[in-house]
Design a binder for this molecule. Structure first.
Ligand SMILES: [Zn+2]
Length: 134
């Protein structure tokens, strides 16, 4: 048995030829870091950009639907198409406002959205299980 170079405890473990006990080896493992605020901000900005693109598409679809009928009442199919396009636009706008709010909450108050927190947790446990296997 050798003595741990860090705390003097008996150990059979070596790290780069230096005796080290399990406890010290564990403490010296690089700790998985939470994603920094840049990563969270990037994720939020990306989602806002995607949501904005979806609004643009839905907006175009809505314009196309209403411009098909420059005069008179549209055919019932046309009305349904306008309704669908209008709904889609409504949903897309709400998603964009949510994305906006999430970004603002994070920038102004440091609030990390729950789903991103979960993604962070998953990443962390993945890293931890890899370290254990190692
Ligand atoms: Zn030790």
């Amino acid at each position: 048995m050798a003595a741990c170079a860090h705390c003097g405890a008996e150990t059979e473990l070596y790290e780069n030829g230096v005796p080290i006990c399990l406890k010290c080896a564990d403490e010296r493992q690089p700790k998985p870091k939470p994603p920094n605020s840049d990563q969270i901000r990037t994720a939020l900005v990306t989602r806002l950009a995607q949501a904005t693109a979806t609004v643009s598409e839905a907006n175009q679809e809505f314009s196309d639907a209403i411009q098909k009928f420059p005069s008179g009442l549209p055919h019932p199919d046309g009305i349904q198409r306008i309704k669908n396009a209008s709904n889609k636009l409504d949903i897309a706008r709400k998603a964009m406002m949510t994305a906006h709010k999430r970004l603002n909450d994070f920038m102004d108050r440091g609030i990390v959205p729950e789903d991103l927190k979960k993604a962070v947790e998953n990443l962390r446990s993945l890293v931890e299980s890899r370290l254990k296997a190692f």
